[in-house]
Design a protein around this ligand. Structure first.
Ligand SMILES: *Cc1c(COP(=O)(O)O)cnc(C)c1O
Length: 391
């Protein structure tokens, strides 16, 4: 988008990101590109790459370029890479900025597969991993050592949605020459702009709200400057992480409606969260837009919108059979991983025992709900009928 259009609102911007009809005879959406080989016009071009925008499709082609341009613009960064899953940019950015002997500060409330990357891959390659409390702000300075190379953040965290003081952490990291990487999946790259707060790499799973229809695995990472982009892109190429064309197309399409979908899910989720707080079956509700949620004030300060995620901790005295009966009685919340699609989902959180910096001590089943685009009153009625199974 040209400079004079930068003041448009989010929805207007989302309609224009990553499009260039002039390149396709006026066709509004950039078409699916099926490519491996890119042809060169002569030997000199092949040898010098001068004037050759693309060289081989797993390094980039017109459609990946449209999506990456869209994400770099949305996140306000220098350039982006795109990849076959949401996990791929996590692995790529950790591998790009860490080497054997380095110390990594990893947020304790991260997405569990990120923890598997740390415990398996990174430890096997000699990286020292230390988990930190998501509640730490500027005090993270005390954990930085001479060999600390990366601080990794995810805000709000997975399962219980701890909100991190990203600006405070990024500031300390900059002073200490430590690279910061954040998983920004929760905000869709839309409601929070980590790079504006000094974070170096902001990445996400387009699998969630960007794709938005439970049919795409896709990831991206945006770098803040040319040097960091170069490092990231090199590792990304080395690991062969290029995305599929269909997925890129669907993600670009999903971007257009992302904000209205997220707003609807967020509005419905807050209503449901407040209703759940009144239920005697529920010990605690975790949802960032509730005023008593830890980090709620930081979320209000740094984010411009919410989403449909919330978790509930059931009372501790329900036996497993009753919890199962409750879950199985739900008609509008099928059990499923992932979130950010059009439909509501439930996922039991069974991996809380992995937390190290802040061990999980709660008793009672922790269930994550994703509130989709159904009518709110139907979702509440469904939860209400299923709760009877706990009686
Ligand atoms: C889902 C998710 C990912 C990974 O996306 P996949 O496409 O499933 O690999 C990464 N980070 C977060 C926070 C996620 O929720």
């Amino acid at each position: 988008m040209t400079e004079d259009k930068k003041n448009y609102g989010d929805n207007t911007k989302l309609m224009h990101l990553g499009r260039d009809p002039d390149e396709y005879y006026g066709v509004m959406n950039p078409p699916v590109v099926r490519a491996t080989t890119i042809e060169y016009k002569d030997l000199e071009t092949y040898e010098t790459k001068k004037g050759q925008k693309f060289t081989y499709a797993n390094i980039g082609h017109p459609l990946s370029d449209h999506f990456e341009t869209a994400m770099a613009e949305l996140e306000g960064g220098y350039k982006a890479v795109s990849s076959s899953t949401g996990l791929a940019p996590i692995t790529a950015s950790l591998m790009a900025f860490l080497k054997a002997g380095d110390h990594l500060l990893m947020c304790d409330s991260i997405y569990p597969p990120t923890r598997y990357v740390c415990e398996g891959l990174l430890k096997r390659f000699g990286v020292e991993v230390e988990y930190y409390d998501a509640g730490l702000g500027a005090d993270i300075e005390k954990l930085i050592k001479d060999n600390t190379a990366v601080i990794y953040l995810e805000s709000p965290g997975s399962a219980t949605f701890e909100v991190q003081d990203v600006p405070a952490i990024a500031k300390v990291a900059k002073e200490k020459n430590v690279i910061t990487i954040i998983d920004n999946t929760w905000s869709g790259g839309l409601f929070f702009k980590p790079l504006e707060h000094g974070v170096n790499i902001s990445l996400g799973a387009a699998t969630k709200y960007i794709g938005g229809h439970a049919d795409v695995n896709l990831g991206y990472a945006v770098a803040d400057n040319a040097a960091n982009y170069k490092k990231l892109k090199k590792t990304h190429i080395d690991m062969g992480m290029c995305p599929g064309s269909e997925e890129l197309y669907l993600a670009l399409r999903g971007l257009r409606t992302m904000k209205i979908r997220m707003e609807q899910s967020a509005k419905s989720a807050l209503e449901i969260a407040k209703w759940l707080q009144t239920r005697e079956e529920v010990q605690r509700v975790y949802h960032v837009a509730l005023s008593d949620h830890p980090g709620h004030e930081i979320w209000k300060r740094d984010f411009t919108g919410g989403n449909g995620l919330l978790s509930i901790l059931l009372q501790e005295d329900y036996p497993k059979e009753k919890v199962s009966a409750f879950i199985d009685a739900l008609e509008l919340f099928p059990i499923g991983s992932s979130w950010g699609g059009y439909m509501s989902l439930l996922q039991p959180q069974t991996e809380m025992g992995y937390r190290k910096a802040v061990p999980w001590k709660e008793k009672g089943a922790l269930l994550r709900l994703h509130v989709g685009l159904e009518d709110t009153e139907d979702l509440i009625a469904d939860l209400d009928q299923a709760f009877k199974k706990l009686a």
